[in-house]
Design a protein around this ligand. Structure first.
Ligand code: AQP
Length: 335
């Protein structure tokens, strides 16, 4: 991925569960389309994932599965870098240094920390608090130009820019200041049972709230059938209709149709028929990915080869930035 003038774009996902339809429509589907225009770095952010307690065996398996899923949606490890965060030790090293350039006042404002602390009240650890610093390191190590961000990650990119700017103002131009990449398409997908809150892969309280990318077709259709709606019986967008609006968004994102087109298509439809069509569309989109996933996940040797080679390529770039940073802050430099 060197030797050309393409911009670098950095994207990561936590192996904190099987990715949801929200992860797919808000992130993964767009990642695939970035590959021609940019030099891409795709990471399984397992260091971020342990800010919430994980079962070790499951985490290891899910990390490998996430890489297999990256391959299944068509991310190309030959042209781009696909790697696992913990395989590149520069992440841990730079996170400490950047912690010393981050103010507690800044971290106190992070809404994700507030949300996750409320969700995991028995485990409000320092890692959860400094999560945005680790994330800043991810982005800055690779001198990334762009980071695709959903609405929920905007604040984290802002703090990353602030930390980088602060470091640069002391030591000169060490880090590239990354810009947000706002994808042309990519909706925020809400829970099917609770459409006031985003769909999250780690949610385990109500399985009907989340569609997982690897759910069987009949499971997907049934979850959509059970999705909450309202008593108005009209398929249209409306602030008072979060359930139907969410299903319309899902349909639009999956089919590539505009929200207006989707709304027009279902004019006069009953909720039952509408849900059936949404279910069909989601299944049609996910089935090819699922069958590729079966192939890749059965070939552990290949997936691990991708992980190892990706880590080597990532470490090479990350180490260059880290060496510069260590030199600037006054750590020993050996001849
Ligand atoms: N519901 C969503 N709609 C659209 N995009 C979403 N993303 C997550 N949920 C939705 C996008 O997925 C990318 C990767 O997210 P992550 O794994 O780094 O963490 P997250 O945002 O915290 O995702 P989850 O599914 O909610 O994970 P857990 O349950 O572990 O907290 C990001 O680009 C995000 O915008």
């Amino acid at each position: 991925m060197s030797g050309d003038n393409k911009k670098i774009i950095y994207s990561a996902m936590q192996p904190s569960g099987i990715p949801s339809l929200g992860n797919y429509l808000g992130a993964l589907k767009n990642w695939k389309n970035l590959q021609d225009e940019y030099n891409c770095i795709f990471a399984a952010a397992n260091m971020h994932a342990i800010t919430v307690r994980q079962d070790p065996t499951e985490l290891r398996q899910r990390t490998r599965d996430l890489i297999a899923l990256f391959l299944s949606i068509g991310l190309d490890p030959e042209k781009h870098i696909i790697y696992v965060q913990s395989d590149v030790k520069a992440h841990a090293e730079i996170a400490w240094i950047l912690n010393c350039f981050t103010y507690m006042g800044e971290l106190n404002r992070m809404t994700q920390f507030k949300d996750k602390s409320a969700k995991h009240a028995d485990n409000i650890n320092a890692g959860l608090y400094t999560y945005p610093v680790l994330m800043a390191g991810d982005i800055l190590l690779y001198q990334s130009d762009l980071v695709p961000v959903g609405a929920d990650q905007k604040q984290h990119l802002e703090i990353c820019r602030d930390i980088a700017g602060r470091f640069n103002s002391v030591y000169g131009n060490v880090f590239k200041i990354p810009d947000p990449y706002i994808p042309k398409a990519g909706a925020r997908i809400m829970g099917l049972q609770n459409p006031e809150k985003k769909m999250s892969k780690s949610e385990s309280d109500n399985m009907n709230n989340v569609i997982y990318i690897l759910d069987e077709p009949n499971v997907i259709k049934n979850k959509i059938k059970r999705a909450v709606t309202d008593s108005d019986a009209e398929v249209r967008y409306g602030e008072d209709k979060p359930g139907i609006s969410n299903l319309l968004n899902i349909y639009s994102s999956v089919t590539g149709k505009s929200p207006e087109e989707s709304e027009a298509e279902f004019k006069g439809f009953g909720y039952g028929e509408f849900k059936e069509a949404v279910g069909e569309a989601v299944v049609k989109e996910l089935e090819p990915i699922q069958s590729k996933f079966k192939e890749y996940s059965a070939d552990r040797a290949y997936v691990e080869k991708v992980m190892k080679e990706g880590a080597e390529k990532a470490a090479y770039i990350a180490q260059k930035t880290l060496s510069k940073v260590k030199k600037k802050v006054g750590f020993p430099v050996y001849k």
